[in-house]
Design a protein around this ligand. Structure first.
Ligand SMILES: Cc1ncc(COP(=O)(O)O)c(C=O)c1O
Length: 164
């Protein structure tokens, strides 16, 4: 039977060249890059190299690149990290259609008495920039908004939101 996969918005096949590049690190170079021994040191060199390549691609400093294990950890690191940098600001703005990893950051929010405003979207999934403008206040530390919705295909005006 021929399989036609139509859910690439959810997850997609890893590119063959990425698989080829990664394979040695599953079988030959599997040392812990944080270890002091030579076996781990070889891997650390490669991690440093990968960080430099990604930084070059994104036109930023390698120290700004943090590798995470998954999407949820990435969201959590970005949101919690930014909130931590603005201890006087207790407010986050997002939209009602974000992934649960953004909408339900859970315990840390409750413990630290942080407030979250979820800006609604219309029936077609579009965001009204004036709603976003209203939601952002002087108490807002983080605005977490997806660029392209993986279910509706709608893109949000990310540059305009950035300016706000
Ligand atoms: C914004 C966002 N955060 C988190 C996740 C969950 O990713 P993971 O299963 O890698 O934690 C997804 C998955 O699509 C996502 O789109």
């Amino acid at each position: 039977m021929k399989t036609i996969y139509l859910d690439n918005n959810a997850t997609t096949r890893v590119a063959p060249e990425v698989v080829a590049e990664m394979l040695p690190y599953f079988s030959d170079y599997y040392g812990n890059p944080s270890s002091m021994h030579y076996f781990g040191g070889q891997v650390e060199k490669k991690v440093v190299e990968a960080r430099e390549k990604v930084a070059q691609l994104l036109n930023c400093d390698p120290s700004e690149i943090i590798f995470t294990s998954c999407g949820t950890e990435s969201d959590s690191t970005a949101i919690s990290g930014t909130l931590g940098s603005y201890p006087d600001k207790r407010h986050m703005v997002t939209t009602r259609v974000e992934h649960p990893a953004v909408l339900k950051p859970g315990a840390p929010f409750k413990q630290k008495r942080l407030r979250c405003t979820e800006v609604p979207v219309d029936r077609k999934g579009n965001l009204d920039i004036s709603d976003m403008e209203q939601a952002i206040t002087d108490a807002t530390a983080v605005v977490s908004v997806m660029y392209a919705n993986n279910e509706t295909g709608v893109t949000f005006p990310i540059e305009a939101i950035g300016r706000l």
